[in-house]
Design a binder for this molecule. Structure first.
Ligand SMILES: Cc1ncc(COP(=O)(O)O)c(C=O)c1O
Length: 379
């Protein structure tokens, strides 16, 4: 039972086909001959498909190796205008570490906004931070990878723009899960990663709103590809797969969104009813459709997951797994270490079935009881 879509989603058949087709062809997208033109045409098509998913123009998309690179690039570009960076304590390490690295020599230039028990940033804190010093860029994630909690970006954009700051959002977990319309959402920069919505791993994109001209140095210099934002031969097959996945999800999203929400609700109702004292982390009404972070007090998540190998879920974010540190997201939401260590993240997606959920419910209820009994937990 694969319930770890926030780590990576299975590749959509349309994406697999596009990757294979491009791999079987030859051609560098920058070459001025027919095979080169054919490769460039595949990239153009994918750029249009990704732009359509986001409601922007193809010329506003720069392909990258993933959201990690897109986030690094966005912060570096935003920071180049000479003011500080505002972000939040619950961001993905690809934003947090990039912001720390950029401001290492001037730590006062970095403001980390706290979140409340629901995982939400308080607008009052943002206004205060914007008022206290010159800010170049505000970077707040559209949806949290561990809890699925959504950020209400519209008032954030309004406040940041009024203070003369750019807005970047890491929308890696939102793109392909909920509609994104950049004609309406006035962010300046947005990051995505194709493998979260059924494209291949190792391909992402940064949306850069037309007209934004920043005095930054690219992360990767070379042949000036991607309008100078990122040097290097384009990954034509990966980009083709990203485009095909974007096109597939553009059509399927309304149906998938409703179906996945129903499955997630079924999972949550059953787990909270059938395991004593368990609870859901994150604002109930402001979450992605397919994500559920459930704390089972008295049952450490790593032990629960080991007791149910038939279910592939996560005990934190995949990027952090392996590191013996508790979830920085749950700690920031006020959970103690034991509570944070007892949270399992289930993330559902386009191919999740009722049977997957039925098995996950039965396995989790059994595994939690087994772990609690083995540890003598008083619950
Ligand atoms: C919110 C968020 N941002 C960024 C990333 C990094 O994406 P990638 O590893 O594809 O570069 C992830 C991956 O888990 C994520 O969840």
């Amino acid at each position: 039972m694969y319930l770890d879509y926030n780590a990576t989603a299975p590749m959509r058949p349309e994406a697999r086909e596009a990757v294979m087709e491009a791999m079987l062809a030859v051609g560098n997208a920058s070459s001025p001959h027919l095979p080169g033109h054919a490769a460039a045409a595949r990239v153009d098509k994918a750029r249009k498909q990704v732009a359509e998913l986001l409601g922007c123009s193809p010329g506003e998309i720069v392909f990258t190796s993933g959201a990690t690179e897109a986030n690094n690039l966005a912060l570096r570009a935003g920071y180049s205008t000479g003011g500080g960076v505002i972000t939040s304590v619950v961001e993905h390490p690809a934003v947090l570490e990039a912001a720390r690295e950029l401001t290492a020599d001037t730590p006062n230039a970095l403001t980390l906004l706290p979140v409340d028990a629901d995982g939400l940033v308080d607008l009052v804190d943002l206004h205060k931070a914007l008022a206290s010093s010159k800010v170049s860029i505000v970077s707040l994630m559209a949806a949290n990878n561990e809890t699925g909690v959504l950020t209400d970006l519209a008032p954030i954009v309004e406040a940041a723009h009024a203070a003369g700051a750019l807005v970047h959002t890491d929308a890696t977990q939102m793109v392909g899960r909920l509609p994104v319309d950049l004609a309406d959402l006035d962010v300046d920069l947005l990051s995505l990663s194709a493998h979260k919505f059924g494209g291949p791993q190792g391909v992402g994109a940064l949306f850069i709103r037309r007209g934004i001209d920043l005095p930054f140095r690219p992360l990767i210099v070379g042949g000036g590809q991607e309008r100078g934002w990122r040097g290097g031969t384009l990954n034509v097959s990966g980009i083709s797969g990203a485009g095909a996945a974007a096109a597939a999800v553009t059509c399927a999203l309304p149906v998938e969104q409703a179906r996945i929400t129903e499955l997630r609700d079924k999972l949550e109702v059953a787990l909270t009813q059938q395991t004593a004292s368990s609870y859901i982390n994150g604002a109930r009404d402001q979450r992605l459709p397919g994500v559920s972070s459930v704390t089972f007090p008295g049952a450490p998540a790593d032990a629960v997951l080991s007791a149910m190998p038939e279910v592939a879920a996560s005990d934190g974010s995949a990027c952090a797994s392996g590191a013996p540190t508790p979830s920085h997201v749950l700690l920031a939401m006020g959970r103690n270490r034991e509570e944070a260590d007892s949270a399992v993240r289930f993330s559902l997606g386009y191919a999740t079935t009722h049977r997957d959920i039925d098995v996950a419910i039965a396995s989790t209820v059994r595994a939690v009881a087994q772990v609690r009994q083995a540890l003598g937990s008083a619950i």
